[in-house]
Design a protein around this ligand. Structure first.
Ligand SMILES: [Zn+2]
Ligand SMILES: [Zn+2]
Length: 119
């Protein structure tokens, strides 16, 4: 097979609003319609069709699950962030008590030690 020639730099007409877009545009600059369909499974790009020309994946089905997964992931990240922030917040709140507790413990230990040695 001979090397594939560079793709011609031609405008892509939006099928929805007939706006001319750059050949590399993924979305119409005018109506934001999808101009390139990228397979979520094999990342093959094609201009039309709802089924991947390369691996046969159904785009609608795949994007739905991909979207769901990314949403769940985002949720998880948000909760992790919240948990870390809450943990830091609680630590700051408890800081006076924990340091005070340590101080008290040291004081009590010193008192006990003093009483023991004084006897
Ligand atoms: Zn358009
Ligand atoms: Zn594919």
């Amino acid at each position: 097979m001979s090397a594939a020639p560079a793709p011609p730099v031609s405008a892509v007409r939006c099928p929805v609003c007939q706006q001319d877009n750059a050949a590399t545009a993924q979305f119409c600059i005018h109506c934001h319609a999808i101009l390139i369909r990228r397979c979520p499974k094999c990342w093959h790009e094609q201009r039309a069709g709802n089924v991947c020309e390369q691996c046969g994946a159904n785009f609608a089905l795949c994007w739905e699950t991909a979207l769901e997964r990314s949403l769940r992931e985002e949720d998880r990240v948000q909760w992790a962030k919240f948990g870390a922030a809450a943990g830091a917040f609680v630590q700051i709140l408890l800081l006076p008590f924990t340091s005070l507790g340590g101080l008290l413990r040291a004081l009590v230990a010193r008192l006990v030690a003093g009483r023991l040695s004084g006897r």
